[in-house]
Ligand binder design. Sequence first.
Ligand code: AOF
Ligand code: ZN
Length: 394
Amino acid sequence: MLHPEDFMRRALELAERGAGWASPNPMVGAVIVKHNVILSEGWHEEFGGPHAEFMAVQRAGALARNADLYLNLEPCVAAPGKRNPPCADEIIRAGIKRVFVALRDPDPRINGRGIEALRRAGIEVIEGLLEREARKLNEIYLKFKTTGRPFITLKMAMTADGKIATHTGDSRWISSQRSLEFAHELRHRHRAILVGIGTVLADDPQLTTRYFSPHPVGANGRSPLHGTEDEGERSPRNPIRIVLDSHGRIPVDARVVRSSHQIRTILATTDAISLDKERALQHAHVEIWKLPACDGRVDLHALIEKLSQEQIDSVLIEGGAEVSWSFISQRLIDKILLVIAPKIVGGRAAPGPIGGVGFARLSEAISLREITISRLGNDILYEAYVDEESTASS
Ligand code: AOF
Ligand code: ZN
């Protein structure tokens, strides 16, 4: 005997298949159940594509009558600017009897209206089942919809003694293969990736998504009662690449520059960049964002404002230590992902993941909350959230 929680968990699982692809839309999963059996399922596979409920309802056909529907997000209603038909209408038309909704849609065009439409049609709506999980799944969407600003994740990898390289600068590789795959999955899940010029000069990274395969397409909306169908592979999504480089020091033959005609690449800089460099980079298809300076560096608040205007809902920061300090000390990070490898390198001069001058007092420390610990092979993944305004209180 399965319980409502089991079906909602399944909806969350299905929703997650759209990770990376659905953005800037939410990830949504739908499960239709009758007599404790799943009749059909659906999920929002990609931005612009059909909605989860639509897929599930279509698939169930006449069987949907008097069935229960599980959704991790409130169904949508008709609204200006929307591409898809309103899901609430589809649900009503299908004759669904009861709907479990984990979370209301913060989109002001929808917020509460989807649930109201169902109730007006005589459908029983039960809200809040696995709401915490539903919030976490769509944390990027929720932040972006409610504040208009991108969700910012800081990802770091260090040894058990807190170093990101040896004292000679050797940093390849600190963490395991499993952690590398996780790092690439993060690239797929974020709209943009950001590094400092120091990282480009030291490592000449590509910042593309290579070691991760997203969930295949093709079986969406199929009923488990109808057996399996062929599923198509799809390649992961590359994030938009952003290099923070206030003085325009990036070499024109850097790998990110050379591939910028294929993958959108942005140089976040200031007036300090030379005209020649600017022209050469533009010629190579690098997008130049000339932003106000703050103490000789790109003003991060201005950068975030620009990211918001560009509808970039999420940014993954992958280093280096100076950039990490700039973001963390200005309290611009939402989430921290720290990979801890079972290695010790020692060395007074070996760097840690966060540089800068650092705080003088412990009372100034950034406080972390909602800490989760899991494993990535032999590495440990330490996950935490940062309060934007707060500092540690003792
Ligand atoms: C749902 N089910 O699977 C998703 C929803 O432009 P449209 O028509 O695709 O609508 C996008 C909006 O619909 C988006 O901002 C969010 O409010 C909602 N997303 N709603 O009922 C889904 N992806
Ligand atoms: Zn919809």
